[in-house]
Ligand binder design. Sequence first.
Ligand code: ZN
Length: 235
Amino acid sequence: MGEGALVLFSGGQDSSTCLAWALARYGRVETVGFDYGQRHRAELDCREGVREGIVAIGGWRGALGPDHRVDIAGGMSAIGETALTGAMEITMTSSGLPNTFVPGRNLLFFTYAAAIAYRRGLRRLIGGMCETDYSGYPDCRDDTLKAMQLALNLGMERRFVVETPLMWIDKAGTWQLAHELGGERLVSLIVEGTLSCYRGDRTHRHEWGYGCGTCPACELRARGWERWRAGRADG
Ligand code: ZN
C-alpha cells in the first residue's frame, strides 16, 4: 500500500484546511464526503469548488484524485432525530452537549472511509477532528480516534494511519494553518467558499464567512477568526 491519503472532506473550514495540509504532504490525495441527511447539506455542494480552488492555489493539481460521496442519509434518519438532521431547535442537552450531536458519527465516517481507502490502496485517513476548541463531542477526541485506528487495522488487516492535524490547535490556529499553507488566497477561499453553519445559512455574510452567526459551529468559527485577526494585529 502506498502513502496516499483519503481526506474526510465535508466542505467546511476544518476539512478544507486538512485537504490543503494533505496535498502539501502527499503525492496522492482523494476525498470522501457523507450525505447523512444533515440540515447543513449545503456544505456538500461547496465541495467541488473548494477542491478546485485549493489545488489551483497550491499548485497541487497532479496530486488530487477522485472525490467519493457516500449517501448514508437513510440509515442516519432511521437511528433517530438530532438537531443536525431533524427540524428542531439547536439547544444544549442535559449531557452538556448540543443536541446537534449525532452519536458515534465519526466512528461511522471512519469505518466507511477505511473501506474506501482499503479498496483504493490509500494508507492515511485524515480528519479535521479537534478536542482543543470544540463542542465536546466524544467521537472527536484523540483517544477515540487512536482506538478507532486500532480497530480498523485489526478489523481490516491493514496498517492505516489516522491523522488529525487540527487535534491540538484551536480555531484561531486553524485559520493560521490555512494561512501558512496557502496564504491570504487560501484564507479567502475558505471564508468565501466553505460553510460550517449547522443551519446551512448562506444568506448572512460575516467577516469570517457565511452562516447564521448563532449556532455552535458559527460561534466557534467567528471566535476563532476574531482571535486570529487580533493576534495578527498584535504581531
Ligand atoms: Zn450557524
